[in-house]
Ligand binder design. Sequence first.
Ligand code: SF4
Length: 560
Amino acid sequence: MFAARTLQRFQTGSRNVSTIQKKATKIFASISLTESKSRSDINAMTNLTSRLFSAPAAAYNQTVDTFPSIVIGSDGNLSAQGPFAESQAQFLKPDMESVKTLSHSLKGANMGVVAHYYMDVELQGVLTTIQKQQLEETGTSRIAIADSLAMGDFAVKMCEDGATSIACLGVDFMSESVATIMTRNGFGHIPVYRATSKHIGCSLAESAENDSYRAWLQKGNTENDSALHVVYINTSLETKAVSNSIVPTITCTSSNVMATMLQASVEIPNVKILYGPDTYMGENLVTMFTAVLDAGWDDEKIAKDMHPEHNRESITKLRDSIDVYPNGNCVVHHMFGNEVVNTVRENYDDAYVTAHLEVPGEMFEIAMDKSLDDKGVVGSTSDILKFISRKVALAVEEESENSTGSKRRLKFILGTEAGMVTSIVKSVQDILEASKSSSVEAEIVFPVSSEAVTGVDDDDISVVPGVSGGEGCSTAGGCATCPFMKMNDLDALGDVADMVIQDPDDIKLKAHLPPQRLTGKKINGEDAIDLGSEPILYMRHFMQNKTMPEKLVQKLTSPS
Ligand code: SF4
């Protein structure tokens, strides 16, 4: 029923299903999986997922003529166009006194730092410089800037390397996840500190923290004998625990969600998949399965290109088994609206276009179209970083083989949170420096209004970004920065490290620990933290073994 509703919306909406079918055919045809026996199905499906996601509807109307941008010159120097870009560029060359001060504090506190890509640009600039210094001095670094899944793994490595505390710079569900992964790896005694003592929310995570989400799960579980909740990793530990107490739950990322569904439906007969809370992503999956079927794929092609144990009948069954939570999205990615897209189409035809999987609307479609010719990418933050780095490296290689002497500028539209620019600039500078390139340069374009530069005030954090405030947000140009992530800042991190140096038992540090909502609690007689960790461990099992965990399958096939 859900798939039928989705299909109908596409037929009557701004993009019709035949367009999507054509895309599906082109994209799948462009991916040779003849080597899939030697390549993991998960990798193949990750690629397919990345290239096929599209969003069900445009989100927000904006009027924008030109976008701000940062140009990384062939000498590595930066130049910014527009106040927003200037504010971003200003911190990419950090104040060395700040670098020295923070480096000293982190060393004194024996503290490792794991930070999300969307972190404050000033903070990232300083951290990146300290990271470089540490690598030069010791060959290792206790600073990592990564996506939410990798942050926990980096924290474990830092503990193995001797760190006695970890600062986690992100939102609260990230510090919870990092602490959980550390505990599962034997480092539960090492404290994880957040930069602020305040609650750091997330619109997407919070859309699953209410009665409506639980009622939706209850209903799905009651109405189906084999209901499996596939929950996006970007949710709180409490959501995972409560959900897992209602219905067996496995977490997923934007990279492995499709592979998870395909594998679950193979191993669990008559599975009913409850997907949440990211509505765009869930509906896009349903649409993608529909597009594959409508494009006329036969059993052989589905087995070869999607999953060896699937065919038309099983894909139809899987598609019809997916129920998507209808009310969850990220406020930042939601803001890449139609007018931004028009500017991209009209003025940036020569640019590479990148888009995160959570980006709705036509912006995503442009990136997806461009990805067919390797002129764009859709995927996770890491996918975007890898794509830009690969394109710059390729241009440098071409230049060294066939130099014309004239400047060549590669333009990239950054279809995700603006904080990503720090890692991108660093990577591009490293490539240009190593190659001694004299003509290649890269321009990172922010698809927001060039006037969008208002600073974020913590007290106004509840203001919805994109409408009236927040760095990177304006009435004219949507929003490119997350106000929740920006609750982490340089001074706050330095203060936490100094508190650890002065007195690691200081009572004030307790307020910086991840949320402890589940400590000591039981749900239906089970330890709540264990219940919340289990879905993450299921996902890790799947990523390592390519099969569903036996315990999970048993829960669904032989319920007690
Ligand atoms: S960008 Fe901000 S609001 Fe969106 S999912 Fe990430 S933390 Fe949540």
